[in-house]
Design a protein around this ligand. Structure first.
Ligand SMILES: *Cc1c(COP(=O)(O)O)cnc(C)c1O
Length: 369
């Protein structure tokens, strides 16, 4: 859609009209009521103030972006694209709240949902028999499983199955699902796109203007609009996405390799390691292995907790994609019962990698069993 490379589009896109003494950046525009004569009139139906951000995200994903109050608001807007009485094929392990939402739809009898291991391409195809929606998340949060997005999207399209890909962990620079054949991409912009752990925002991006119009209507009716400050901050954060990703990804690769050699650690999972079960697929469909990794420590969940408490540079907190490195034992949430109890998820940030490594190494030694 844009002739510029994504790294440039991030920086030059969404700028205000060039007028003498006009600002370089789109201003923060708090507004509910808008002057008549335009397409909206009232900001629940859309605001020109969000356009710079939506334009940039749309160009990055090669589609038509609609911004929402959060990633989950974007996910629920995508649910509204499902046909009546849908049968949905979805990941057995996916972002907790997406998984829970689909489970609730199933338990309430509003949707048939077939949960599958999205890394098992043949099993996913088999589950698509008679289904009308394929929901993918790749890499998955938190297990970092990778789906064969182009293969599965092509298979689904031949059968008229709507495909949605949660691209949050990859970011639009790491993977472009619409160009790999998906119908809708969703993001938690709260994560790497915002990048500073200071806002909630989400995106749903349609391959066609018609899909985007349906997403737009879902936002208008449910009212999950993005905030004025959040929209401003997210675009500001996006300007540095390629730099942040470059550093956090390089850091993650170093930490993953060293953790894999550490005697106190087992089962390091990182898409850039040869030991990752879909390492070859990751190289084929993603621009890079990303900033997320997981590992387990010897000594079980109790040791994992004391290890995390002993860290000083890495922060024990939830979420991901910020400039700061966050670590979390995911199974502390009852909804994450499908995750090994001692599995630690790390969102690697932009600190000096040796400070991160020294902290990890010291805390592993301090809590050795
Ligand atoms: C965080 C996250 C979401 C939800 O986004 P919010 O902005 O927290 O609502 C959805 N999918 C994935 C993969 C996530 O990591």
């Amino acid at each position: 859609m844009s002739e510029l490379r994504p790294e440039t589009e991030l920086i030059v896109g969404g700028r205000p009209e060039v007028v003498p003494d006009g600002p370089l950046n789109a201003p923060i525009s708090p507004a509910s009521t808008l002057r008549p004569g335009g397409e909206s009139g009232y900001a629940r139906s859309g605001s020109p103030a969000w356009e710079p951000l939506e334009t940039v995200v749309g160009r990055l994903e090669d589609g038509h972006a609609v911004a929402f109050a959060s990633g989950m608001a974007a996910a629920h807007a995508a649910f509204r694209l499902f046909p009546p009485d849908p049968t949905v094929v979805a990941p057995e392990v996916a972002y907790m709240a997406v998984r829970e939402s689909l489970q609730i739809e199933r338990d309430a009898g509003r949707a048939g949902v077939r949960f599958v291991d999205i890394t098992e391409t043949a099993a996913v195809k088999a589950a698509c028999d008679g289904a009308n929606v394929l929901w993918l998340e790749s890499p998955t949060n938190p297990l970092l499983g990778i789906a064969d997005v182009p293969e599965l999207c092509a298979f689904a399209r031949e059968r008229g199955i709507l495909t949605v890909v949660d691209n949050t962990l990859a970011t639009p620079l790491g993977q472009r699902p619409l160009t790999l054949g998906a119908d809708v991409v969703m993001h938690s912009g709260t994560k790497a796109m915002g990048g500073h752990s200071d806002l909630l925002i989400g995106f749903a991006v349609g391959r066609t203007p018609e899909l985007a119009a349906e997403l737009h209507e879902a936002r208008h009716l449910a009212g999950a609009t993005p905030g004025a400050l959040e929209t401003f901050l997210c675009l500001r954060g996006l300007r540095t996405l390629s730099l942040r990703l470059e550093r956090s990804q390089a850091n993650a690769a170093v930490l993953a390799e060293r953790l894999e050699e550490h005697p106190e650690v087992r089962e390091v999972r990182y898409p850039g390691l040869a030991s990752h079960p879909q390492a070859g697929l990751a190289v084929r469909i993603m621009a890079g292995p990303g900033f997320m990794l997981t590992f387990r420590v010897h000594g079980g969940a109790g040791r994992a907790d004391s290890f995390v408490d002993a860290l000083r540079v890495l922060t024990h907190a939830t979420s991901l994609g910020g400039v700061e490195t966050l670590i979390e034992r995911r199974a502390r949430y009852p909804a994450e019962r499908r995750i090994p109890p001692d599995l630690l998820r790390v969102s690697v940030g932009c600190e000096h990698v040796e400070d991160l490594w020294e902290d990890l190494d010291r805390a592993l030694a301090a809590t050795a069993v």
